[in-house]
Design a binder for this molecule. Structure first.
Ligand SMILES: C[S@@+](CC[C@H](N)C(=O)[O-])C[C@H]1O[C@@H](n2cnc3c(N)ncnc32)[C@H](O)[C@@H]1O
Length: 242
């Protein structure tokens, strides 16, 4: 098992995702920025790291006919998701690579995951492989060197136990852009939007403020030229979380 999987199965995490992140009010402004534009353009989405499937109502709001599927590494998360949405498909995955065909989902989405796994670069390429048109994914970025710190998966309190620990990656802006532009096949377009914010109280204290950046990566047709790139960093919108 990947060292990054297990902490998500603890009781505080299971109960948090049963009750939260399940409405537009609890979605991040950076997610909504892209979801309202992209979701109406697609018929299928795979939500990787879906937890209890909470974001499904948000997707549905923007496209009532969307075929939504979720994937997660924690069996109890998948059970909770299946109980809540018995008509939808939720897949238990190993977390190293997805068991899906190339280009099999029009859109692949992942939120709140890529800064918390060691194999973020290989996994990004794997999600991009599965996406036919769009990959939407968030990272934490800053102007300093790429660094790996630590976060404890403990909701509702600071609980620094070894078994709750996951890595917390903050990427250098240049490394981040290089990683996105090196995806194969070369993306046609990359739109990045986000804002500076404070890291969670459950991370090691010495991480400075970071940029919370969501990217909408549009698959190209294998061209070798540079993708069209836009990067929009704003002050954090009022009232938004995360
Ligand atoms: C921070 S939570 C985010 C949940 C949800 N996406 C959200 O934004 O509310 C991370 C989720 O990713 C899952 N996860 C961790 N590693 C994973 C992997 N390699 N592949 C898929 N899911 C993973 C965890 O079990 C957990 O449910």
């Amino acid at each position: 098992m990947l060292r990054t999987n297990r902490p998500w199965g603890n009781p505080s995490s299971l109960s948090f995702f049963k009750e939260h992140r399940n409405s537009v009010e609890e979605a991040y402004p950076s997610e909504l920025h892209f979801l309202e534009k992209v979701v109406p353009q697609v018929q299928s989405v795979l939500d990787v790291g879906c937890a209890a499937g909470g974001l499904y109502p948000v997707f549905k709001k923007y496209n009532p006919r969307l075929h939504y599927e979720g994937a997660d590494v924690i069996p109890e998360m998948i059970e909770n998701a299946r109980k809540k949405f018995p008509r939808l498909s939720f897949h238990l995955v190993g977390g190293a690579a997805l068991p899906f065909e190339d280009n099999s989902r029009e859109m692949v989405f992942s939120s709140g995951l890529f800064h918390l796994i060691d194999h973020y670069e290989a996994y990004l390429q794997d999600l991009y492989r599965v996406a036919r048109r769009f990959l939407l994914v968030d990272f934490r970025v800053h102007s300093e060197a790429t660094r790996c710190s630590e976060m404890w998966v403990a909701f509702g309190g600071v609980e620094r136990k070894e078994e709750l620990k996951v890595p917390y990656y903050v990427l250098n802006m240049g490394d981040y852009l290089r990683m996105l532009t090196r995806l194969k096949p070369s993306p046609g377009k990359i739109d990045i939007y986000g804002y500076p914010g404070k890291v969670s109280a459950n991370t090691k204290e010495n991480i400075p403020d970071v940029l919370f950046l969501f990217a909408n990566i549009e698959k190209g047709a294998g061209r070798t030229a540079w993708p069209e790139i836009s990067l929009h960093i704003t002050p954090k919108p009022q009232g938004g979380v995360g």
